[in-house]
Design a protein around this ligand. Sequence first.
Ligand code: GRF
Length: 218
Amino acid sequence: MPDAWSLPSHAVSSPLLRIAVLISGSGSNLQALIDAIDADPDFGAAIAVVISDRAGVKGLARADAAGIPTEIIRWSDHSDRSAFTNAVCDVADRYQAEAMILAGFMRILSADAIERFPHRILNIHPAILPAFPGAHAVEQALEHAVKVTGVTVHFVDEHVDHGPIVSQEAVNVFPDDDASSLHARLQEVEHRLYPAAVRALAHGRLYIDDRKVRWQSE
Ligand code: GRF
């Protein structure tokens, strides 16, 4: 494979890839990861910590129920984006997490995170990037009256919703959809796509060639 950059195989260096899952809300994608890890002895990853920027959200209760440590890092306790980002990375380091999985995390991390976790941060977005980046992707897809939208899993880089694309899947938009019905169908796809991507990351199967992500076969 020419000039490909790959993630090391954790199957060799350590039995499990320790991940920090970053959330801000309901945490249904966190739950999908918890369930996928529970169901698959060969998943290759363990959730070391769940980090939220908000207290009292449902995702934290999901982590508690699964016996996963939780940490709250409030945006308002930090002077700027870099200080907040470094606090998040410090907690991930403290739990010896090797990768950060953003699952509905509503804060933008600064470049400090990319430096500290190079090619080790994934995000999931409810649209087919580069269409509809940002926090209102579902509403914007409806406003634009697209016939098809979907889900993207990507590595995080310095720009919002921009990094190398790991996987995408299309979802049809129906004439009577509202944000809630469309988001529900998008999330069904998310709950399948994200665990598959995290599993591949954990198995060292994702190769980044410039911005093209190649999946090595199992
Ligand atoms: C998901 O739709 C994800 O694509 C977006 O935020 C939402 C989080 O949902 N980034 P949940 O908290 O995982 O239920």
